[in-house]
Design a protein around this ligand. Structure first.
Ligand code: TRP
Length: 481
């Protein structure tokens, strides 16, 4: 692919494909439930600050590296760091990203598979009537053959599309699907305003209330900023490498960030409105908040929304597609590395990497009840004090289960650490003039302009200090004794 590079056919094409990568289960599934778990407002505020002060600069940094080098992450760092300080170190950041991609994709495919079954249920409900409590989330995620089948189906779909290449497949699909998804979310949002719980939901999201576990809440907000914007592992380096030279990186980044944030907030508002309007739904949900998107939402479609029984199945198809445009970008990072570095064919690279990832997906798919051992898995054992306990608390916020561990490890550690080095690289090592040129921020004399100075300040100081501070705080806050 590197010898004969595809390009997005238009600026809009890049924005939509990158937004397709960014908008996914992170927005529709994860953000609402972690916001719920972290008690709303305070967490949202911290999250928005992370998006603006860290996410946006890192997004620009990744696209700069990608577009400048026109390479996938590892060779991109090799090329960009040539003859610069720590030349040999930077490509490791690319490799770290590949590992993060593997880890993320292995649990992401499991959740993505849930959208297939929700679609199936909606078809059933739309044709033969809705039954409250028809899906028991615990039983559903604990059903081994079902979970494996759904995950396999989704993984195959992702692999198939990635073998077909960039512009044709991914770009065409997202161009249609993103606007439809957005329209349905707007419809659902408008409909939510007619329900009693709307005011309470807005207050929950926008009143800065304290978090229950501040330290990990900060890390979770930061980690989620990376996860939701597809940052910290080179996905935007990869997508940026297909971007035309004339497009504005600043405008594209702003559009992606705005769209992603808007969609996450809408999804949360919609779900919380249901939860506040129907307290019985909260009871049924209990502690399994991760089922919110798949269990709570149908309640609104089928009992509270005009034409809900028509919109519901369409909505879950779109959730599936939102997930698909994200899994594609995750797999693309891994595949493009094998293609570029090992000179494998695209088909071989896709088959091998999907196979390896699926092996891990199996462990994730069985870790929500199907296998007791995997469901209670803690990397550092089950002690409830001492060093091993501290390690579990620091690195996994004490969450149990293989899938939760993978999720936590990638989103809260691998991505922020990757993002940390990416901002340091573009802020301090990469030539400022070249970066400013990529951003279209040179003045008439060919020097970086004022606006670039602001971006540079964010990249040099604000982003790395914020990431470093949060990580250090969580590490030091834990008693390793
Ligand atoms: N951003 C996607 C979501 O919110 C997930 C995702 C896709 C991702 N590609 C990524 C996360 C690359 C991190 C890195 O659902």
């Amino acid at each position: 692919m590197s010898n004969q590079r595809d390009q997005w056919s238009s600026s809009l094409g890049f924005v939509l494909a990158a937004a397709g990568s960014a908008v996914g289960l992170g927005n529709l599934w994860k953000f609402p439930y972690i916001t719920w778990d972290n008690q709303g407002g305070g967490f949202v505020l911290v999250y928005l600050a992370c998006i603006l002060l860290v996410g946006m600069p890192v997004m620009m940094a990744e696209i700069i590296i990608g577009r400048h080098t026109q390479e996938s992450p590892v060779p991109a760092f090799e090329k960009a760091a040539k003859n610069l300080p720590l030349e040999k170190f930077w490509p490791i950041v690319g490799w770290l990203g590949v590992i993060a991609g593997l880890v993320i994709l292995s649990f992401y495919a499991v959740v993505a598979g849930w959208s297939i079954s929700s679609f199936y249920y909606c078809i059933k409900w739309s044709t033969s009537g809705y039954v409250t409590g028809d899906v028991k989330f615990g039983e559903f995620v604990g059903n081994a053959p079902l979970q494996l089948g759904l995950t396999l189906a989704f993984s195959l779909l992702t692999a198939f599309i990635v073998t077909r290449g960039i512009a044709g497949g991914i770009e065409k699909a997202t161009k249609v699907l993103m606007p439809v998804l957005l329209s349905i979310l707007v419809l659902l949002t408008l409909n939510s305003f007619t329900l009693d719980g709307a005011g309470q939901a807005l207050a929950f999201i926008f009143t800065p209330s304290p978090m229950k576990d501040g330290e990990h809440g900060f890390l979770e907000a930061l980690g989620h900023a990376f996860f939701t914007l597809s940052l910290g592992m080179g996905a935007m380096i990869t997508y940026g490498s297909y971007m035309g030279k004339k497009e504005s990186i600043l405008k594209a980044s702003a559009a992606i960030v705005l769209l992603d944030t808007l969609i996450a907030l809408m999804a949360s508002f919609i779900m919380f409105t249901i939860l506040f309007s129907f307290p019985s739904v909260v009871e049924k949900m209990g502690k399994s908040t991760a089922g919110m998107l798949f269990v709570t939402l149908p309640e609104m479609f089928y009992t509270e929304m005009p034409f809900g029984s028509i919109i519901a199945p369409i909505f879950y198809i779109l959730v599936g597609f939102a997930a698909l445009s994200s899994t594609i970008s995750l797999l693309e990072v891994v595949v493009s590395l094998f293609v570029d570095k090992l000179k494998w064919s695209r088909i071989k690279a896709t088959a091998v990497s999907s196979g390896v990832i699926f092996a891990f997906s199996v462990l994730c798919a069985l870790s929500n009840g199907a296998s007791a051992w995997l469901s209670n898995f803690k990397l550092f054992g089950n002690a409830d004090s001492g060093l091993m306990y501290s390690l579990n608390k620091t690195f996994f916020a004490n969450k149990a289960g293989f899938m939760n561990a993978f999720d936590h490890l990638s989103a809260n550690w691998l991505l922020p650490v990757g993002g940390f080095f990416i901002t340091l690289f573009v802020g301090w090592v990469f030539p400022a003039k070249v970066a400013a040129d990529e951003l279209g921020m040179l003045d008439e004399q060919g020097n970086p302009n004022k606006l670039f100075k602001t971006v540079q300040f964010l990249l040099r100081f604000i982003a790395p200090v914020a990431i470093g501070y949060i990580i250090a705080k969580v590490m030091l806050g834990t008693d390793f004794a």
